[in-house]
Design a binder for this molecule. Structure first.
Ligand SMILES: Nc1ncnc2c1ncn2[C@@H]1O[C@H](COP(=O)(O)OP(=O)(O)OP(=O)(O)O)[C@@H](O)[C@H]1O
Length: 453
């Protein structure tokens, strides 16, 4: 270490300061030789960093190394002699670590450059739960569970709004790179040149307006998942560049000459008929084969109408405007007879609109759009239940009664008419499961004490 410090030129620290991310030079025994300003800002504690072990400094800042089950890139680099790119998970968030061996004139590794990209916990998002129980949906979730932990390149196919992006996020969550970034790229709608610089980044001065270097989405996905949504819309020119990236793992920023490596799990999605596009030469066949290693077709909502009650329930719970609202049985029946060309996204829009129109706790058939009314097979709206729901916002109560009695009546009604389990009933009632059990117990003992005439 002392010898190495002597050899280290003062320019080195100045060079490290060119990186805006934390950067350090390390010895093979994990001691810090030099650190840049960003590293000192993030990890410094007032004491000198030089001579301390990198893993101790990281641990103090809440980023665990081997002891936290993470793989040490320095160890691997010493064995392989090649660059390492890993993501470490920690209590403060995740750290993407890029480690490069630095060699002398004799090509011997003398020290290591480590660059850190810190991903705060708030950015490490989890995928919202995917709701559904129908056989069609169970088939899909079985495929997602199988594909997620593998390295397979997944192609998600299905109509717009069927949940392809949600499925991609679920695959990322179940993958080995789950602690890395999930970078979703919408390949539709951007002009080709702009899209290229979004995807690959650009160097300063690459074109008019490129005032500084920009990191592209492919680079940002290093150590995580790159999700290419609407891949069928990617222009032919860019298809070639994408293919090269997938085959070599390298790309160049727009206006750059340096090949840059990015390692990521690839998932793509489209609602377009890719196979036909290949036949019509609108999509490259070689790229199609690269993307289509593990295809998963998401069913249209009309093919799983039995999932509408739990889906509607889950969507209402996530909608702030729907707080406290309930779907009337007639409304649910109407919803289950529509064919949803816009799939789950359309169901969500319908429910959001209905929630805004509802006056009290009930979302009634009349709150649904006109094109959902009077569809073949629907129950006739305006049944006794619907009428009573319209007359009174509290089920079964027509006059002012003591609050305790009202709670009892309401609980009896909720327990009798709610189709789900107790946990979700407790959630709907806004109480803990324990509280619900206690209240139901009290109800039961009260009923036992009532002497039936
Ligand atoms: N299984 C599911 N459970 C709950 N919500 C879902 C489910 N699938 C999709 N959604 C919701 O439906 C909406 C549309 O989903 P998503 O954006 O994933 O569809 P998509 O197929 O990627 O659409 P597009 O092809 O237009 O990009 C989102 O609000 C999503 O949260």
């Amino acid at each position: 270490m002392t010898d190495l410090l002597k050899q280290l030129r003062p320019e080195m620290t100045s060079l490290l300061n060119c990186f805006s991310a934390p950067a350090v030079l390390l010895c093979s025994d994990y001691t810090v030789l030099a650190a840049n300003q960003a590293y000192r800002r993030v990890f410094g504690d007032g004491k000198p960093l030089q001579g301390r072990r990198c893993y101790e400094i990281m641990a103090e800042a809440g980023y665990t190394c081997r002891q936290g089950g993470n793989q040490c890139p320095l160890d691997t680099c010493q064995r392989s002699g090649t660059d390492q790119h890993v993501v470490h998970s920690g209590t403060s968030g995740n750290a993407q670590i890029d480690l490069y061996p630095i060699r002398n004139d004799n090509a011997e590794v003398v020290y290591f450059l480590e660059l850190l990209i810190l991903i705060p916990q708030s950015v490490v998002q989890s995928a919202p739960a995917m709701v559904g129980n129908s056989p069609a949906w169970q088939d899909v979730t079985a495929l997602i569970r199988r594909a997620a932990p593998s390295e397979a390149v997944v192609l998600l196919l299905g109509e717009s709004g069927t949940g392809k992006e949600l499925a991609a996020a679920a695959i990322h969550q179940g993958s080995r790179v789950r602690n890395g970034p999930f970078v979703a790229v919408d390949c539709s709608g951007l002009p080709e040149t702009l899209f290229e610089s979004e995807l690959f980044g650009h160097e300063k001065g690459a074109f008019t307006g490129a005032h500084s270097r920009k990191i592209g989405l492919v680079e940002a996905a290093n150590g995580g998942t790159l999700f290419l949504d609407e891949i069928g819309d990617i222009p032919l020119n860019l298809q070639v560049k994408l293919l090269r990236l997938l085959e070599t793992g390298y790309f160049r920023r727009v206006g750059g000459v340096e090949p840059i490596r990015s390692q990521f799990r690839l998932i793509s999605a489209t609602h377009r008929p890719l196979e036909r596009m290949v036949e019509e030469e609108r999509f490259r066949q070689d790229l199609y084969y690269r993307l289509n290693t593990f295809p998963i077709v998401l069913p249209a909502l009309r093919e799983r109408l039995e999932d509408i009650p739990p889906l509607a329930e889950a969507i209402l719970q996530r909608l702030p405007v729907a707080k406290g609202l309930q779907l009337h049985a007639d409304t649910l029946d109407m919803l289950q007879h529509y064919d949803y060309p816009g799939n789950i996204r359309e169901l969500r829009n319908i429910l959001e609109r209905a929630a805004l129109l509802a006056d009290d706790v009930w979302i009634l058939p009349e709150h649904l759009p006109a094109n959902l009314q009077h569809l073949p097979g629907q129950k006739k709206p305006g049944t006794a239940n619907a009428v009573s729901a319209r007359q009174s916002s509290v089920p079964g109560v027509a006059e002012i009664i003591p609050l305790a009695e009202l709670e009892e009546q309401y609980l009896r009604w909720a327990r009798g008419s709610y189709g789900g389990d107790r946990r979700s009933l407790a959630q709907r009632l806004g109480v803990s499961e324990r509280t619900l059990y206690r209240k139901l117990d009290a109800l039961r003992s009260h009923t036992e004490h009532v002497v039936e005439p």
